[in-house]
Design a protein around this ligand. Sequence first.
Ligand code: EPU
Length: 440
Amino acid sequence: MVYFTIDKVYYYIFGGNALEKLLITGKTPLKGEVTISGAKNAAVAILPATLLINGICTIENLPNISDVKISCKILEELGAKITWNSKNEITIDTRNVCCTNAPLDMTSKFRASYYLLGALLGRCKNAQVGMPGGCNLGARPIDQHIKGFEALGANVEVGQGKITASVKKLVGNSVYMDVVSVGATINVMLASVLAEGTTTIDNAAKEPHIVDVANFLNTMGADIRGAGTDMIKINGVKELKGNATYSVVPDQIEAGTFMLAAVASRGDIKIKNCITKHLEPITAKVIEMGGNVEEIGGDTLRVWCNKRPSKANIKTLPYPGFPTDLQPQIGVCLSIADGNSTINESIWESRFQYTEELNKMGAKITAQGKSAFFEGVKKLYGSPVCATDLRAGAALIIAGIIADGQTKISNLQYIDRGYENIEEKFRNLGAKIERINEEE
Ligand code: EPU
C-alpha cells in the first residue's frame, strides 16, 4: 500500500511558491489519451460532509489537488483521523470529532470552507469558520446559505472575519433559493441531513456535484431525494453510520477543459473516465465551433478538430447550461476563431480578467462588465502571463500550447487548487510544458 506523505502540503496551504512558473513552448496539436480525475467541486463538499458521519468511510477517486489537501488538514484539526491509502484514496474516521471551531487562517484560504458550516451545524449544533476565500470572481455573497440555516432554526452571525452559527435543535423546513446556488444548495442539504423532520429546497442547483454529494450522503445512511432536479427533499435521519466506500464523480470541468484544448489546438484527444451526459453543453459548443465529438464505450469521448474554430456565442448558465467554469477555456478557442464572437457571463461579475492576459498574447478581446467581444485572430504569440484565477490559469495553459513561441505562466497556486498533475497530463498529449523555478 502506498501512503501519501503530507510533507509538502504547507507549500499549498500557506500560499504557494511564487517562484514556480509553467514554461510552455508552442505550438503543438494535442494528441493522445487523458484520464479525468475526481471532481474538485464534489470532493470539497464530500470531505466536510464526512463530519456528519459517526463512523469510518473510505473515499476513492479524490483529486490530488491543494483544495483537497487543505480540506483534509482542517478535518484533522477538528479531530478526524485520516489515512491516505494512495494519492487518490483516503479512509476517514470521524468518531472523535469534537471541536467546532475550524481554524480561521485555513478556512479563509479557500471557498469551499463554507461547507464546514452546514456540516458542523448538523453534527455539533454550532460552528465557526473564517470568511471563505477562493478565486476573486467578484462579489461572492452567502446570503442564501444563511437564509437556509436560519429556516432550520439556526442563529447565524457574520463579523470580524468569521461566520458563526448555532442552534438548539435543527428542524426541517421549506427553503426557497432566491438565486440558483451550488454552494447554498449543498450547504442546506448538509445542515438538514440530521435535522428533525423534512426539509425541501426549491429552486435548487442541479450540477453533477450536487447529485454526487447527495449520493455520498445516501450511501452513508441519509435520505435525500430529488438531487439533480430543482426540488430536493431531505428526510432527516438520526445518524449516519458510514462504514462504506464512495467514489467521487469524474470532473466535468476538467473533462471540458481537455475538450476545448482539443478544439483550440486542432488536436485529437480521447478523454477517459468522464460522464458524457454531463458534457452535453460543451459537446454542443464544440460541434458549433467545427469540432467533432464521438462517444466511445460508456465513459470515453474522442474530441478532435481539423480546422480553425468557427465563431460562436456563449452565455454561461447554471447546469445544464454552459458552465461558467469553462468560460475562460472556451474564450481561448474564440480568441482564434474565424469570425467574431461574444460571451455573456451570467454567474460571476469579474470573470474576464484572463482576457487582458490573452490580449498580451495577441488576442483582440474587449471585455466590459459581464460581456466580452472576441474579434478572432489567426494566431497567438507566447508571452509572460499571470493566472488570475483557477480557470483562467487552465485557459492560459491552452493558450500557451497553441501560441507561437514561449509562454511563461505565473501564479500557479490557483491552478494547483483544482487540477491534478496538469502539466503531466498535457505533456502526455504532446505539449511542451514544464514547471520551472525562476531561481534556477
Ligand atoms: N449567490 C448569491 N447568494 C448566495 C450564493 C450565491 O447571490 O448565497 C450568487 C453568486 O454571487 C453567483 C451565483 O449565485 O452569482 C452562483 O453562485 P454559487 O453559489 O452557485 O457558486 P459557489 O457555490 O460559490 C460553485 C463553484 C464555483 C462555480 C460556481 C457556479 C465550488 C467550491 N465552487 O461556487 O467553482 O463557479 O459554483 O457553478 O463548488 C471553480 O471551480 O473554478 C469555481 C469558481
